[in-house]
Design a protein around this ligand. Structure first.
Ligand code: UD1
Length: 352
């Protein structure tokens, strides 16, 4: 197959390019080389062309003979301030809209879209005897006294978590999440209007070699890993019992390869996760142990915007894509403790 890969020079895109080429596919690799991701004045890696997907004519040239587009280019992170909103809207949403229009002109009808678990917002919660529910935001008084769980509105008891399936309604809570939901909606509408196929891969917490170093836009794995590299303790917020699913970037690449090779009907969203939930405190402990210290510190601090637990059901990706993650959190995080990170010196806020 001939695959157009956007964001090909990024953390995830680089791994996808590698696995696609190893599988014998021809990859047309493009990347804008955003300063926020790559630092100022960095040339694209060999074989990657600097293309702004928001420029229709530039895309038209790249789409000739393409069988499937694998769309990874995006501004990531959660957003630091409202000043980031135009960058998310411009790169993620306008970029996707321009890409879909260009794909239609070129007769390309298949898209694999990088989406995220952030589209769900909070995870799902349950107590015995109650149905699954998405709870109201946690109250500050609870957080201030060190009670971090959601409460059952009737009994006041702590709610337990359960895995989120793809039919759970989307509830974006950050600028980035809003832009990912909009990308999915544009892609779904395009699939219907043009009888095309979209597989949206909702990545859970991705980590692995080549991950960008810590910035205000980084996820927790990069922050813990960067702290250890600097000889400092990972700082674990809340009580460290908040649950996530950490999926290795090589598994993310494998899921993209499977999605590119297996066309589906219409718009299909799939959780891409390891299937082995892990507490944030345990992530810090595993990384610190593999790095030979220093030990993590559980600070009890909290960030008001954080969700408590978000854990995926990986079932549908297994059924529809035949995808099962091969790297569990223990070996994956032990490897990541020594993996090279990507420099982001001078990166700062994303420009649009
Ligand atoms: C993260 C990303 C999100 C991405 C998603 C899936 C950010 C800010 N969030 O969401 O964009 O789509 O993964 O890959 O990039 N924590 C600490 N210590 C720290 C920092 C955070 O304990 O130094 C805790 C937080 O309080 C939270 C957990 O770690 O409970 C995860 O934080 P983070 O990775 O920032 O956000 P996610 O909600 O998992």
């Amino acid at each position: 197959m001939r695959v157009l890969l956007t964001g090909a020079a990024g953390f995830i895109g680089s791994h996808i390019r590698h696995i696609m080429e190893a599988a014998g596919h021809e990859v047309v690799a493009i990347d804008l080389m955003l300063t926020a991701a790559h630092g100022p004045a960095v040339n694209p890696p060999e074989g990657v062309e600097r293309i702004d997907i928001r420029v229709p004519a530039a895309l038209d040239n790249q789409l000739t003979g393409i069988d499937v587009v694998c769309h990874q280019a995006a501004v990531v992170g959660a957003g630091v301030s409202a000043q980031d909103a135009p960058a998310y809207a411009s790169h993620n949403d306008l970029g996707t809209a321009v890409l879909l229009a260009a794909m239609t002109r070129a007769g390309c009808r298949r898209l694999v879209l990088a989406s995220s678990m952030v589209v769900y917002g909070e995870g799902l919660y349950c107590t015995s005897g109650f149905e699954s529910r998405v709870p109201a935001p946690r109250i500050r008084a609870d957080l201030d006294r060190g009670f971090f769980e959601h409460r059952d509105p009737q009994t006041g008891e702590a709610l337990g978590w359960e895995p989120v399936g793809e039919d759970t309604p989307v509830r974006p809570r950050s600028l980035y999440a809003a832009s990912k939901v909009a990308q999915e909606h544009y892609a779904a509408a395009w699939a219907t209007a043009t009888e095309s196929a979209v597989t949206a891969l909702r990545y859970h917490n991705v980590y692995g070699d080549g991950m960008p170093r810590d910035t205000p836009y980084s996820g927790v794995a990069a922050l813990f890993r960067s702290a250890l590299a600097a000889g400092q303790s990972p700082r674990v917020f809340e009580d460290g019992c908040q649950m996530r699913d950490f999926v290795h970037v090589r598994d993310i690449a494998a899921a993209n390869l499977a999605a590119a090779e297996r066309p589906m009907q219409g718009f299909v969203a799939l959780n891409i996760a390891s299937g082995r939930p892990i507490a944030i405190g345990e992530v810090a402990r595993l990384l610190a142990a593999a790095h030979s210290g220093p030990d993590p510190v559980v600070t009890g601090e909290y960030r008001p915007g954080d969700v408590r637990h978000i854990v995926a059901s990986p079932e549908r990706a297994h059924q529809l894509l035949g995808f099962t993650a091969s790297i569990g959190p223990e070996p994956g995080l032990a490897e990541f403790a020594h993996s090279p990170l990507r420099a982001t010196a001078g990166a700062g806020a994303p420009a649009w």
